[in-house]
Design a protein around this ligand. Structure first.
Ligand code: SAM
Length: 346
């Protein structure tokens, strides 16, 4: 592992040894918890590693010394991971969050369930924050069914809109012989992805790319096509009131489905003859048409692929969006998992 990743490795080793547990909630939930903590002088400062690296509360020098060894503290400060809250402050904050993928020490049917930590952006989000949250957990468990859909071991895997790399890393752990790519528009995501792949001990190639641009121009993936394309893209609809949606959330026009449509339509052309695409996304269901799913409608018209499975993975994601802005007439946002297979040539 390269020297700039060493402080992260030392941090997760240390956190793992004390059974650190932070399962990342939605920004709305984190906001409520943090607001309540900050409402009282007694609770506003971090007391535990979870407070500091999960809820991102600030910590005094004494607390920090208790939470992490001095040598680790120094290397994290040098790497810019731990910073003073302001220039002459004796309080410190973390510029990252550390989230568990699996809760430590729970019985699991998943034999791959090792303690796995992901590094991602601090709370609260800014325009270029790197996402890891409830959608990530649902997306990765949806990917658990990939084996059922693939006719053979994939030779190439692409996670487009990869963020902190969870999808790509999960698949690289299962299909260790495949060449796995993580593509994202946000350079910060690629940096975190690289660190997270190192922490998980897998090889993933991360590239800055507007959707598939990087691989569309590469002869390596063009010749045979891609065996497995996966994605959890941004899917929140922007509205005139929401001009500052973070890059991880803004799914563009058509109720935030624009990016998802492009992923399916452009990805269909890039799949190999046995190729499979697994898309996790959110679909706004109008109050007036509760039986109409615009994504399903659109998928059925896409050439080169056939729909194999379409599952509601969560019936009511991001409920705080409902009834306002672009969602004024929307009843709920359902998270779905769509599986598509390259059609046989006739
Ligand atoms: C909701 S986040 C999901 C991240 C990750 N897939 C996960 O499950 O945690 C969406 C990601 O898409 C990226 N993104 C947005 N527009 C993109 C584009 N046009 N091309 C590539 N990536 C894009 C964002 O930077 C962000 O990392």
């Amino acid at each position: 592992m390269s020297s700039e990743k060493q402080p992260y490795l030392a941090l997760v080793k240390h956190l793992g040894s004390s059974q650190y547990t932070f399962i990342c909630p939605s920004p709305e939930t984190q906001g409520r918890v943090v607001e309540k903590r900050k409402a009282s002088r007694k609770t506003e400062d971090a007391k535990t590693a979870e407070d500091f690296f999960g809820w991102n509360l600030s910590a005094s020098r004494e607390t920090l010394t208790r939470i992490i060894p001095d040598s680790l503290n120094q290397s994290l400060r040098k790497a810019g991971v731990v910073k003073p809250v302001d220039n002459d402050s004796s309080n410190y904050r973390s510029t990252i969050r550390v989230s568990n993928f699996y809760t430590p020490n729970i019985p699991s049917f998943d034999t791959d369930a090792i303690p796995l930590y992901y590094i991602h952006s601090a709370f609260p989000a800014s325009s270029d924050s790197v996402f890891f949250g409830p959608d990530t957990y649902l997306f990765v468990s949806f990917l658990g069914s990939s084996d059922r859909h693939l006719k053979q071991q994939p030779r190439s895997i692409v996670d487009v809109c990869c963020g902190s790399g969870a999808g790509a890393i999960h698949l690289a752990r299962i299909y260790s012989d495949a060449k796995t790519y993580g593509l994202d528009l946000n350079p910060k995501a690629l940096g975190f992805g690289d660190v997270n792949a190192g922490l998980a001990g897998v090889d993933v190639e991360f590239h800055e790319s507007d959707l598939y641009a990087h691989i569309s121009n590469s002869s390596e993936t063009q010749d045979e096509g891609i065996d497995l394309i996966v994605s959890n893209p941004p899917y929140i609809a922007s509205s005139p009131e929401d001009t500052d949606l973070p890059i991880y959330a803004d799914g563009g026009a058509q109720f935030g489905l624009d990016i998802s449509y492009r992923i399916i339509e452009e990805g269909a052309k890039l799949l190999s003859a046995q190729g499979v695409m697994m898309l996790y996304t959110g679909v706004a269901i109008p109050v007036a048409q509760p039986g109409f799913d615009p994504l399903l409608d659109r998928i059925r018209k896409v050439k080169d692929v056939e729909l194999v499975e379409y599952t509601i993975l969560h019936p009511d994601m991001w409920p705080e969006e409902i009834g306002k802005g672009a969602y004024a007439e929307v009843g709920r946002i359902q998270a779905i998992g769509a599986v598509l297979r390259k059609s046989k040539e006739r």
